[in-house]
Design a protein around this ligand. Structure first.
Ligand code: GAL
Length: 676
């Protein structure tokens, strides 16, 4: 037999008995990984999501797919593959970060074939081998293991298919809603005066008072106030109330705004007592757009933009400087080099912030307030000088400069915790998670006390990602708001993953104490290099509606010099913002889950209910809503569409149904008021 004949014979047997021949290998990293969707960063071939060589639990891998929770890659096998094998785990590039936790799931034609269980930083890779005979569609999923997606760097290492020919191709990731051009729902504010914003304002006795009456309508406008308590004065032209109240008490004032077209009045409660931030703080923070490139000049420009855009007339107040106003421990950037503290131990800002007091005065001069950032460890999350062992001096300095808000992080505290904190022995080095509750609480008790001692109202915002159930004790350390999650990014996965998982903290929200699901990601965002938010039009309506229902602090994260009309429409709807600022201070929870639909309800001070009908699916949902009893609604209800600011129906809850169309990843936001 000549050799050609032998080969032909083998090939023909092979065609008949595919299982007997040695299979072809198709590497996962040779497929189009860009088809994958993930909660952060871009899909990476043979590298981790942050561009490091793949490594799990100390073991290096040459090939594989570096991704991030929540992630999905769909692969068309068409029955061509026989076996899939892979080593999975958290990439070592997270450097032991305790917040990293991931689960890997392999699904074939809708059936779960394998799951890893929760994997953490440093865990050895788990090997998965699954039989794919007959499977047409394979899904490789990475979840955040239920605790948010911070640091969830996931590796599918050494991932390969064995096939007997046929084509294997990556076809996509998470289904996305069809693109919808931005559409504006917020009606333009009338030219006649209208007083917007919160109905209540808290101040401590003796603290400098600053409140700018937020009012829309044609300028010039003349402001006045009836029953303003003594110690306070109102500037008729700017609408700014300043001064100080000597003693505790509650005062109901009538605010009035008048222009050539008419007059508006509103009752406004001033509560002088122990508690501030009686409604969630509203403003801007530098991090989500400028990150490490913040400067005093940019902060001033942001303050100007808040005024020029008109947002100041809707209650937006705080201009908050995040990390990088301090000098850095080892940056090559000259503007971040310099002494951390002066010879007496007082913090020294970097050269980008030559005059902190001047900056605060500038922002106050616009009728706004100003905030700052620090950390309880020696270094901030960005590696700049922080407050460790200088807490009292720092609180004094912030007050002396005239700051009104402090965001206080966690980073690097674990490194030093045991020096001075008797409860800290279980706190891991540089980790973000404290395993010991008392240890997690301690640094906030310290700073909370020193802030309180200042003769200034400084909103205290805890940024420790929800550790030790912060919502249960944040108020007891003088915290006014506290992050309940890791950092948000401008993806649906991130925003919805955070926003729709707030129920357990919700019962703890109340005037002066707010859960904070992180800052807003609408507009031009990007942590140093900005781009238009990657959220779709409807996802942005969902984001703002949900954050308002959640009574969340509202901190704009975008470059405010680049506002477009759509973003302004999202941030200037007074009826939607009124839900956030409602003085009852109750946070919405999810009362109905049906398929992709989530219905959130928030009771409001006037006895009405704000209700968000959300659709987590990519396709629009149409439904006839009749479950009013679950919302606690009785009798006849007037239904108001808050985004459109108009009544859309009156329903008799005993017999009517309300027709709803909810866009993919979108929302319908209604208010139900008992009809007269
Ligand atoms: C993170 C925090 C961010 C930002 C950053 C600054 O830990 O969650 O919002 O403040 O630190 O380095």
């Amino acid at each position: 037999m000549n050799s050609r004949f032998v080969l032909a014979l083998v090939l023909s047997w092979a065609a008949l008995l595919p299982g007997l021949v040695s299979a072809d290998t198709v590497w996962l990293d040779d497929l189009n990984l860009a088809a994958a969707t993930q909660g952060y960063g871009e899909p990476k071939k043979n590298l981790s999501v942050s561009d490091q060589p793949l490594a799990i639990g100390g073991k290096k891998f040459e090939r594989g797919f570096g991704t991030h929770a929540d992630g999905l890659l769909k692969i068309n096998l068409d029955g061509a593959a026989q076996k899939f094998s892979v080593s999975v785990g958290v990439d070592d590039d997270v450097k032991g970060n305790a917040e990293a936790s991931i689960e890997f799931i392999v699904v074939g034609d809708g059936k779960q074939l394998w799951r890893s269980g929760t994997m953490r930083a440093g865990d050895a890779a788990k090997v998965c081998e699954v039989d794919l005979s007959g499977v047409k569609l394979l899904k490789l999923q990475v979840t955040d293991a239920g605790d948010g997606m911070s640091w969830d760097h996931a590796d599918w290492a050494d991932a390969k298919f064995e096939t007997a020919g046929g084509k294997i191709s990556a076809t996509g990731g998470e289904e996305k809603p069809a693109p919808v051009a931005p559409y504006i729902l917020t009606p333009a504010a009338p030219a006649t005066p209208r007083i917007n914003g919160a109905n209540v304002f808290g101040v401590r006795p003796g603290s400098p008072f600053l409140f700018t009456i937020p009012a829309t309508g044609e300028r010039p406008m003349k402001f006045s106030a009836k029953n303003l308590p003594s110690g306070l004065k109102l500037d008729a032209k700017t609408g700014r109330i300043t001064g100080a109240l000597k003693t505790k008490g509650e005062f109901t004032v009538t605010l009035r705004a008048k222009n050539s077209l008419g007059t508006a009045e509103k009752k406004f409660r001033i509560v002088c007592g122990d508690q501030i931030a009686l409604t969630p703080p509203m403003g801007w923070n530098s991090w989500n757009c400028f990150a490490g490139a913040v400067s005093a000049d940019r902060v001033k420009r942001a303050a100007n933009a808040l005024v020029k855009s008109g947002l100041v007339n809707h209650g937006w107040t705080y201009i908050n400087v995040d990390d990088f106003w301090e000098n850095h421990r080892n940056s090559k950037d000259k503007t971040l080099q310099g002494p951390f503290r002066d010879t007496n131990g007082f913090i020294v800002p970097n050269v980008r912030f030559p005059d902190m007091k001047g900056l605060a005065d500038y922002v106050h001069g616009l009728g706004l307030k100003i905030g700052l950032y620090s950390s309880p460890g020696p270094w901030t999350c960005g590696g700049c000088a922080a407050s460790w062992q200088h807490e009292q001096q720092d609180a004094q300095t912030y007050a002396k400069w005239g700051f009104d808000y402090l965001k206080y992080d966690w980073c690097s505290y674990g490194e030093v915790a045991s020096g001075g904190n008797p409860d800290a022995k279980d706190i891991p080095l540089w980790g973000k998670t404290a395993t010991n509750d008392a240890g997690a609480i301690y640094p906030y008790t310290v700073m909370g006390k020193f802030l309180r001692e200042q003769k200034r109202d400084i909103v205290f915002s805890l940024c420790q990602y929800g550790m030790a159930d912060v919502w249960k004790w944040g108020g007891s350390v003088n915290g006014n708001c506290w992050r309940t999650t890791g950092d948000i990014v401008d993806t649906w996965k991130s925003m919805s993953g955070i926003g729709f998982r707030q129920d357990k903290a919700a019962p703890f929200a109340k005037p002066g104490n707010w859960n904070d699901p992180d800052m807003l990601i609408v507009g031009e965002v990007g942590w140093g290099r900005t781009h238009p938010t990657r959220l779709t039009t409807d996802e942005q309506y969902t984001h703002i509606s949900l954050w308002c229902l959640l009574a969340s602090p509202l901190l704009i994260g975008c470059d405010m010099e680049k506002f477009d009309d759509f973003t302004l429409n999202l941030l200037s709807n007074d009826e939607v913002l009124a839900v956030d600022q409602d003085e009852l201070g109750r946070e919405a929870t999810c009362v109905i889950t049906a398929g992709d639909v989530r219905i959130y309800e928030r009771p409001l001070a006037d006895g009405s209910q704000a209700v968000g009908f959300f659709n987590l699916g990519a396709k629009p949902v149409e439904l006839q809503f009749g479950e009013f009893a679950k919302l606690g609604l009785v009798g006849k209800q007037t239904v108001r569409d808050l985004w459109r600011q108009k009544n859309v129906a009156t329903v008799d809850v005993a017999k009517d149904a309300l027709p709803l169309t909810i866009p993919g990843h979108g929302v319908v936001l209604y208010k139900f008021t008992t009809a007269k």
